[in-house]
Design a protein around this ligand. Structure first.
Ligand code: FES
Length: 83
């Protein structure tokens, strides 16, 4: 199981973390990954910055801009599915 955590703390919320969350939800739906990817909301990950939301994929941290959420998911999450 791949764990994807998205920060919903104040700073990340203002940077669109809710949109990132719903984009990832759609991708999970689209690729039927309910039993492979666990999507979780997280409190502040202490990675606050000016742009994007903090995202952790199996504890590896990234910043994801809402408009790049789909390409991020394709590049960083999908390759882990069958590896
Ligand atoms: S609010 Fe998201 S890392 Fe701090």
């Amino acid at each position: 199981m791949i764990t994807v955590k998205i920060c919903v703390g104040t700073s990340c919320h203002l940077n669109g973390s809710c949109n990132v969350f719903s984009s990832f939800q759609h991708m999970i739906e689209e690729y039927d990954l309910h039993d492979k990817v666990a999507l979780e909301a997280s409190f502040c990950m202490r990675e606050c910055a000016k742009s994007g939301a903090a995202v952790a994929v199996n504890d590896e941290k990234y910043r994801v801009e809402p408009e790049k959420a789909r390409s991020f998911f394709k590049e960083k999450v999908l390759p882990l599915i069958n590896s």
